[in-house]
Ligand binder design. Sequence first.
Ligand SMILES: [Zn+2]
Length: 354
Amino acid sequence: MARILVKNGRVWDGEKFFFSDVLTNDKLIEKIEPNITDNADYIYDAKGKIVSAGLVDIHVHLKGLASPSFGVGAEISSFPFGVTAVNDAGSTYGDRELLDYISVKNTVFVCASIRQNHANFDAAEKGLVKYGDKAIGIKVYFDKSEYVRDITPIKEICAYARQKNLKVMVHCTLSPTPMVDIVNALSKGDILTHVFHGGDNSCLDNDFEALKVAKEKGVILDLGLAGNVHTDFLNFEKSVKAGFLPDVISTDITCLSAFKRGGKYGMTMCMSIAKRVGMTEEEIFKRVTSLPAKALDKGSEWGYLKIGRMADLAVFDYTNEPFDLTDKAGNQVKNNLGYKCILTVLDGQIVYIN
Ligand SMILES: [Zn+2]
């Protein structure tokens, strides 16, 4: 598609909402202004809809990179939800060539493991070699189910990551330590995912105010909603009401969550739940575009809709379509006004239309 003209939309450019038309030319955004009258190969009337920069999902598990029972196809878990760039959080399989073949723009975090309360970097070393410059961080599963006793392995992983100029992402849902201890061990740009989990040492179980202070140095708290598994909706709602928002919204999508609800689980459902628990539209869209792009050091390429940038965008409508998601604790979110992706454009090509 050479030129796409999206008319009359409410544009989200990564930073703010405003009403405008958007014109793409070849792979780039050519114009963002009202009343564009240029000829186009495809014209879409987005009246009443949101025209956003392509969404960035900081926490996914892709087929070919994650374990075979876990990973989900990159395109099918992204394009129908407006996602144009992802970060695979815990890559083990595949290689650099596979990453280049995935149409969705991508980065990866390699896995470090924990054995007997100490970090092990065997898999991380291999991953860093085979994924090359696509590997920008280390993911670790820090959880009592892995026989972790205290913060020691996180400190070891952080020391290793600093030497190699990598980020750290910590998964924790059954924590042996208060959440604030994890955040204190991390540095600016590191990520704690599943911030509203309902397991031991949740954000509300410990000193909530101390956690707010600890993250101020620039640690990124990721929703990592994870279908019905790793987010307690009541914790999420209470935190939002207390003014404690996630810094980024991600799906943690796997093949286990992706197809449980008729293929409806994806970024738009996470955004709908965020809206339901009280986040504003601006807060939500920032956390699925520019903020995750910056968190991955990709702010100059992803997460913004700007003239001269690659034409990655998505159009969203509001839907009353019922959805029903119940977390492990039995908190149910259902049938509210949610978001639905209508059109996704990647590098100036329509990759999804509904
Ligand atoms: Zn995950």
